[in-house]
Write a protein that binds this ligand. Structure first.
Ligand code: SF4
Length: 395
């Protein structure tokens, strides 16, 4: 697929075809923290210099990395931190990165949009996206003059791969006049065809804003069916949904929660709005990864379950050692494709660079920037579990 204005490929990564993700699902081994392979790139070793430079970092991740495995991590951590300085680079680490990446080498941590906004504030020349491809594209849209790198070509997303810009053009033909609100978990070509973007924290506020601005009472929300259904319960706006799903959050069920409550009396259950509506109904609180993290920070529940990606609990637990985390989480195979090893080779070789054509970036930026310019959503960022069920048409 090419952009006529510049005649450059709109997506140069091998695992993308016509805007759809065609990478394979990764088999994740050994749970949350995959140990770096025995043969480190460039035969990096745990020398006295590495030991002196890194051993003070170990305490931060001691709950996740056994002491005897530290000599496998430390040389990579040291080499990455040196490369960052030499190349004036920063690493954006999403909440779903493993604790070694999140705590030891991440310069900015948070949710996808928060990271992209941080990217606009840095004077670094190179940004390494510790996250998946749509996040790297969003960083490129917001920071067109910076070199944006992604460590794995296979770090995709089931939501982003569920829809293309061509699909959105067809939807607009079929539903003329109905504004299109697109979740940031989409590729640049989908954002470029949308009226405005949203995140899981501001989706309700964005839907109500665009409908008030256009004087309409219907909206099309792309591509997450469950986020759209959860938003529809919180507003009087009629929502039409696309059939995309997050393969991590869609797997939680209401019965899972009832079983967890029975096994852990008094536990507080926090859910992400990409979970099915019946999961939101059974939960104590539903919000974005940031809202979940803030909830734990502010309420300090005795024990808590975060219904989201596994590493999120690990990373929030590090900041809240007095809270007991029950962890019935699901791994995101795409996020887990980002490792210390491929971050090292990514920085060393400055690959793989993520590019978005100027014309597409300009169109996508309008949809992203219109969202960023809105006031913070406040209470509209939380999902009332008792809100009434409503019918949502799924296309
Ligand atoms: S957790 Fe879900 S939405 Fe996030 S990258 Fe993985 S598949 Fe995509």
């Amino acid at each position: 697929m090419t952009d006529n204005a510049t005649d450059m490929p709109t997506n140069t990564l091998n695992n993308w075809e016509n805007g759809r993700w065609i990478g394979q699902t990764l088999e994740v081994e050994n749970g949350v923290c995959a140990v770096p392979s025995k043969i480190a790139p460039d035969n990096l070793e745990y020398t006295d210099e590495v030991k002196a430079a890194t051993d003070h970092l170990y305490d931060e991740v001691s709950d996740f990395i056994p002491k005897f495995e530290w000599p496998a991590y430390a040389p990579l951590v040291h080499a990455i931190n040196k490369l960052k300085k030499e190349k004036n680079a920063v690493i954006l680490a999403h909440n779903y990165m493993t604790p070694d990446i999140f705590s030891l080498i991440g310069d900015y941590t948070g949710d996808s949009l928060g990271l992209a906004i941080e990217a606009t504030k840095t004077d670094a020349d190179i940004i390494v996206q510790g996250g998946v491809h749509f996040m790297a594209e969003t960083s490129k849209i917001l920071c067109p003059d910076k070199k944006i790198l992604i460590p794995s070509l296979r770090a995709g997303c089931s939501l982003a791969s569920s829809i293309t810009g061509e699909d959105v053009k067809l939807i607009k033909q079929r539903y003329p006049g109905i504004p299109i609100v697109t979740y940031v978990n989409t590729s640049a070509d989908v954002k470029a065809e949308s009226d405005i973007c949203c995140t899981s924290s501001n989706a309700v506020a964005v839907v109500e804003h665009i409908c008030a601005e256009r004087g309409v009472s219907q909206v099309i929300m792309l591509p997450d069916e469950f986020l759209a259904k959860n938003v529809a319960r919180q507003t009087d706006i009629e929502v039409i949904a696309w059939h995309g799903r997050c393969e991590v959050h869609a797997r939680f069920s209401a019965q899972d929660i009832r079983d967890m409550r029975a096994a852990n009396p008094g536990v507080t259950v926090l859910a992400h709005p990409e979970c099915p509506p019946e999961v939101v109904e059974e939960s104590d609180f539903t919000g974005s990864t940031k809202a979940m993290s803030d909830y734990v920070e502010n309420h300090k529940p005795k024990n808590v379950i975060l219904l989201t990606e596994c590493s999120m609990s690990d990373n929030v637990a590090m900041a809240n050692p007095d809270v007991d985390f029950v962890r019935p989480c699901n791994l995101c195979p795409h996020m887990k494709r980002i490792t210390l090893e491929n971050i090292y080779t990514c920085l060393r070789d400055e690959k793989f660079e993520v590019k978005v054509s100027k014309r597409m970036a300009k169109k996508a930026l309008r949809a992203v920037q219109d969202m960023i310019d809105l006031p913070p959503p406040g209470e509209k960022g939380h999902f009332d579990p008792k809100a009434k069920d409503v019918f949502v048409k799924v296309i």
